[in-house]
Design a protein. Structure first.
Lengths: 113, 113
DNA sequence: TGGACGTGCAACCCTGCAGTTGCTTTTCGA
DNA sequence: TCGAAAAGCAACTGCAGGGTTGCACGTCCA
């Protein structure tokens, strides 16, 4: 595979990221972490319409996709955003858009001949 | 929220896009459309490990998220990529990354005082 | 005009997973 | 040291949605 992050490998990496973000509660979680900075689980759960346990599960999914990571602080567990996963997904979208344009150009030339 | 596409409105739009891309079959479908250009349903189904009907459902989900659109041509229905949806998702990711950096800077200054 | 091809529609099965409840463990502070 | 706060663990429920099968409908062409 010599095609960069839009190939099979990049797809395999971007998949879990999109899957993680493709859920309203998790997307809201990411947005909240982004807006208000690193927070504990209970803090994230207050004001949310789901249970603390649900939040915990979602955070682990996000962590699995490389979107967040946690730091223990006393009896608390502080979660904060991880931009690496976001960059991964963005790069994939970039590549797809670019290659799509190239494909259209190729088809256009092919038709014109 | 008057902050552009990273706000609640942008989140509401980006959600379906991520949800659509957050499924292996659909992600592969997008990649395939990107690499080989516009194709009919049966063409997309051949070589895939799922049924034509499954492909059809996935295409409708992608269309709902503004990622693909279809054109009838005789008895065929040709599907092609729609970069608008991709751009939408990319803008959301951009905003999140940027605002996250700003948040970290704010927190840093707050701690240093 | 009839058969082959491409697609649409509807009912159905079943797995994954979001969400909850109840309990235990760990840590802080008075 | 003891109660409260924060989080972890495990079992359970319910439903959305991915996938299939079967059949009907339009379209092309020999």
């Amino acid at each position: 595979m010599s095609r960069g992050s839009a190939g099979a490998a990049g797809l395999a990496r971007a998949g879990p990221v999109f899957a993680a973000l493709g859920e309203e509660t998790r997307l809201a979680l990411v947005a909240r972490l982004c807006a208000r900075g690193p927070q504990s689980i209970t803090r994230l759960a207050t004001g949310s319409d789901v249970t603390r346990q649900a939040i915990t599960k979602h955070l682990h999914v996000l962590a699995g996709a490389g979107l967040v990571h946690d730091v223990r602080r006393g009896r608390e567990r502080i979660w904060e955003l991880d931009t690496d996963g976001l960059d991964q997904a963005r790069r994939w979208l970039d590549q797809i858009s670019k290659r799509w344009d190239e494909t259209l150009d190729r088809l256009k030339k092919f038709v014109e001949d």
